[in-house]
Write a protein that binds this ligand. Structure first.
Ligand code: PHE
Length: 348
């Protein structure tokens, strides 16, 4: 028999088999078939006995060399299959680190919190402390020490939720003024703002809410003047409504300040010329303010011949409504995400 041509034939067959194999498992079968114990190649060894002695070594070497070559061929196919498999895997699991991250839903601060914190930032920058007080307040601190004795007609300005004869839900943040002055004992200057929630017995509609937020300001010192108040309120108006805004003070009445003012800011919509937003007046009312009444200073332990001060109270909802053109105060409290999610990022 012609061993060389048998080996050549086997080699051709192996080559063909290898080309069509693309799985490691199938390659094992090919390996068994071509170089395994039961393979035709191994079977050739059985012919050894028919070979003359002097040719036996060459015969054995030829078969072994063929077996080695076949193994190398199978091995290199195996490497190719593995490399292909790895390449496929890498391709499938490829991560493009330059892809932008998928967006996820981010919450946002409530618009009232944003306005409040922005005012806190402004006033902290001007040397104020932030003070808070309880929402359940005594009649004494909410009214009496603010120059509003029982039966004072001006109590009607702030319809109240009473809890008992002497306690109520505070109707404004002004009791925090009194608390702070009492805490300071009539000896130290006061420079505070007091943000917080207040309550009034109102029927809720587009512009009224039985619960809303205020930021109160109080400065008491020996030389605090009305022009300090005006400059401070101008800074507040410009901070929220833009650097071009002007303000004006109109005489008004609050029991706890004398003189008292309503403060207007030039309308951002028309810059003071008159438009629908400001009802053709050019101005929009934003807050109440005044010089602290002597009775209030005295009731909180401050000598009104030595000390004087100014105070203001501003409604946060009103500021937000003016700033963003919001037409219904109930939006702040009904928590429709479509409304709330409009107010994200920097306050502008
Ligand atoms: N407390 C007043 C109100 O709620 C606002 C105010 C505060 C006015 C301080 C003057 C000074 O209506």
């Amino acid at each position: 028999m012609d061993i060389q041509s048998t080996i050549k034939k086997l080699e051709r067959e192996l080559n063909e088999a290898l080309v069509s194999v693309d799985k490691i498992e199938a390659l094992q079968d090919v390996k068994a078939a071509f170089v395994g114990k039961k393979s035709e190649l191994s079977g050739l060894m059985r012919h050894m006995k028919d070979i003359p002695n002097e040719e036996k070594p060459a015969f054995g070497q030829t078969i072994n060399a063929a077996k080695q070559r076949f193994n190398t061929m199978i091995e290199s196919r195996k490497k190719a299959i593995q490399a292909k498999r790895l390449a496929r895997k890498l391709e499938q699991e490829k991560i493009d680190v330059t892809l932008p991250a998928p967006d996820f839903t981010r919450g946002a601060q409530h618009v009232l919190t944003r306005i409040t914190e922005s005012l806190e930032d402004l006033f902290i920058g001007m040397g104020y402390l932030v003070k808070e007080g309880p929402e359940i307040e005594t009649d004494e601190l909410n009214f009496e020490k603010l120059n509003l004795p029982k039966d004072h007609p001006a109590r009607d300005m702030q319809d109240s939720f009473y809890i008992s004869d002497e306690t109520l839900l505070r109707t404004h943040t002004s009791p925090v003024q009194v608390r702070t002055m009492l805490e300071y004992g009539g000896t130290k200057p006061v420079k505070i703002i007091c943000p917080g929630t207040v309550y009034r017995r109102d029927d809720d509609d587009a512009t009224h809410s039985h619960q809303f937020m205020q930021v109160e300001g109080l400065v008491v010192d020996k030389d605090t003047t009305l022009s300090d108040l005006k400059g401070t309120l101008l800074a507040l108006a410009r901070h929220l409504f833009g650097e071009d805004r002007k303000i004006r003070l109109r005489p008004s009445y609050f029991p706890f300040t004398e003189p008292s003012f309503e403060v207007d800011v030039t309308c951002a919509g028309c810059d003071g010329a008159g438009c629908a937003t400001c009802k053709q007046t050019g101005y929009i009312e934003i807050l109440g303010a005044g010089m602290v009444h002597n009775n209030v200073l005295e009731a909180a332990g401050y000598d009104s011949t030595q000390y004087q001060g100014f105070a203001f109270g501003v409604g946060v909802e009103r500021l937000a409504m003016l700033k963003y053109g919001i037409d219904d105060i109930r939006h702040f409290y009904t928590n429709d995400v479509r409304f709330l999610s409009q107010f994200k990022g920097e306050l502008s």
